[in-house]
Ligand binder design. Structure first.
Ligand code: ADP
Length: 517
């Protein structure tokens, strides 16, 4: 049966995805339990002390599944950020002089503590971010893995000796920490986006001021509490939150901050890059993507469906490596659309604490409105909604897992990152056309291809203008591999042996006059 007929026959009615009603009562008791736990913190961390905003201002942290207020956290700004920078600057002196083995031990202890509090951290992530608990627990392991990996890498920051050009000289290269780092992180991975930055920074002797997203600060604060418990000295890790532009400006303006590392939107990344020019700071940016997921006629259908499903719907489509355009060759298009839609139809939507739920709410109302406007734009330009396409009957910010066919390159769904549970299907004829469509974007973070042809695999992966490529695989992030984009998706790499270089300066030393007696 063709996709068009399936839609006409209403075999795929939009209300079909199974649902789970949020149990407000259960969530409240989980929240109450967490508030009594030893890792729950709702103040900023500056110089090893938990403090509020100087004027007492606070902002609420909400549970996106229920709208309930989980906590109030300080609404900080320039003043608190400058205090945090000063404490990081003071701590740099002693932290950078510790031996790599000493720093490694602290990080390893931090890793152990994160893992021994995995359940509470996972619950905190689900509570403030909304992702299903199983995914949240996966994030805790993934987030912790950066601390473990960089605890090991701390001991492997080697320099070089360069063969001298003159007999009486010796040339060598030292690697030294850049200094105080400002780390600004988003809400979609409340733990992992922090550990991916703080792990390598601390490993090589930098100190850090973290500004987590105001939507999900509690996980960051809990991780910071565990860092203190692990013996990471006061001032080495500071956390401020509140007025994002003011905090960002204070970090940018300070000559004591030598590096900014950011994960978030391309628009804010560009602002930070421009702002860093004033004090010529090092900068790493991990910005938005527009990931193509190319399915060739010769792909294994089951592998392609499973891979595309994972790449699209993880975290309800709210990751920068989510498949944003599923580009399918004409010979397999109908079959793929049918099998893929059936798989999407089985995704259970609901609050992240319910058993079996794999799709939580979107982060806020603005996120849902953005998804709605992209769907409207696509429909008005001729696309067809095969499945979903509207808010979920659960209300709040729940949105139905959606499949849209007949998507064309000029539609917003193909041009911009939808950041929601919407899979747009585009069709192509030739390999050249697939590559042209895939590269027709300013973004260049992740790309996925599904094919069983070895020669094609090499041709296409080399032609793709992307920093990460998954071949017959939809989930590719790991702490041991370099993560980062090309074009307007960013600068620098995180994770892996390459990730630590972002926090190191090279110092070339020329030792002269060797032959003097
Ligand atoms: P998203 O749309 O995914 O929330 P943002 O780029 O807006 O992405 O947010 C990512 C992080 O950047 C968050 O911590 C947010 O508070 C912060 N942020 C937003 N605007 C600014 C700014 N002008 N300066 C510094 N940080 C900012």
């Amino acid at each position: 049966m063709t996709v068009a007929r399936l839609a006409r026959c209403k075999i795929l009615p939009s209300h079909l995805p199974r649902m789970h009603l949020p149990s407000a009562h259960r969530q409240m008791s989980i929240a109450a339990g967490l508030k009594n736990s030893s890792i729950f913190r709702s103040q900023g961390l500056i110089g090893g002390k938990w403090i509020g905003a100087h004027d007492g201002k606070t902002i609420q942290v909400n549970n996106p599944a229920t709208g309930e207020i989980i906590a109030d956290v300080p609404f900080m700004g320039r003043r608190e950020t400058n205090d945090a920078i000063s404490s990081a600057y003071n701590a740099f002196n002693s932290w950078s002089k510790q031996t790599a083995a000493e720093r490694s031990k602290c990080l390893r202890k931090w890793y152990d503590l994160i893992m021994s509090h995995k359940e509470e951290l996972g619950q905190l992530i689900t509570l403030e971010q909304g992702k299903p608990l199983k995914e949240a627990l996966g994030e805790v392991s993934y987030g912790a893995s950066f601390i473990e990996f960089f605890a090991e890498e701390a001991k492997r920051v080697y320099g070089d000796i360069i063969p001298a050009t003159l007999a009486d000289r010796r040339l060598f290269v030292l690697k030294q920490p850049v200094g105080v780092v400002g780390a600004i992180t988003p809400w979609n991975f409340p733990l992992a986006m922090i550990t991916r930055k703080v792990g390598p920074a601390l490993a090589c002797g930098c100190t850090v001021v973290v500004k987590p997203s105001e939507l999900t600060p509690l996980t960051a604060l809990a991780a910071a509490e565990l860092a203190l418990q692990a013996g990471i000295p006061p001032g080495v890790l500071n956390v401020v939150m509140g007025n994002a532009p003011d905090i960002g400006d204070a970090l940018l303006a300070s000559p004591q901050v030598r590096k900014i590392t950011f994960t978030g939107s391309t628009a804010v990344g560009k602002k930070l890059m421009a702002g860093a020019a004033g004090t010529v700071k090092r900068i790493s940016l991990e910005l938005g993507g527009n990931a193509p997921c190319i399915v060739f006629d010769d792909a294994d259908l089951d592998v392609a469906v499973k891979g595309a499903l994972a790449a699209k719907f993880r975290n309800s489509g709210q990751t920068c490596v989510c498949a944003n355009r599923i580009i399918v060759q004409e010979g397999i298009y109908e079959k793929f659309a049918e099998a893929f839609s059936k798989a999407v139809q089985n995704l259970q939507v609901g609050d992240g604490f319910s058993e079996g739920v794999v799709q939580g709410p979107l982060i806020n109302e603005a996120a849902v409105q953005k998804v709605e406007s992209y769907i409207q734009d696509a429909i008005s330009k001729g696309a067809k909604v095969l499945l979903g396409g509207k808010r979920h009957s659960l209300g709040m910010t729940f949105y139905e897992p959606t499949v849209v066919t007949d998507v064309k390159s000029e539609m917003l769904l193909a041009r911009e990152e939808v950041f929601g549970p919407v899979a747009p299907l585009l069709q192509f004829k030739t390999e050249e056309e697939a590559i042209r469509i895939a590269n027709d974007t300013n973004s260049g973070l992740a790309a996925y291809i599904f094919t069983n042809n070895v020669q094609r695999t090499w041709r296409v992966l080399e032609a793709l203008e992307y920093g990460l490529v998954g071949v017959n695989e939809g989930i590719i992030s790991t702490e041991v591999a370099p993560f980062g984009g090309v074009k307007q998706s960013g600068l620098g790499r995180e994770g892996s042996k390459y990730g630590i270089d972002e926090y190191l300066e090279l110092k070339y030393v020329c030792l002269g006059d060797m032959n003097r007696k």
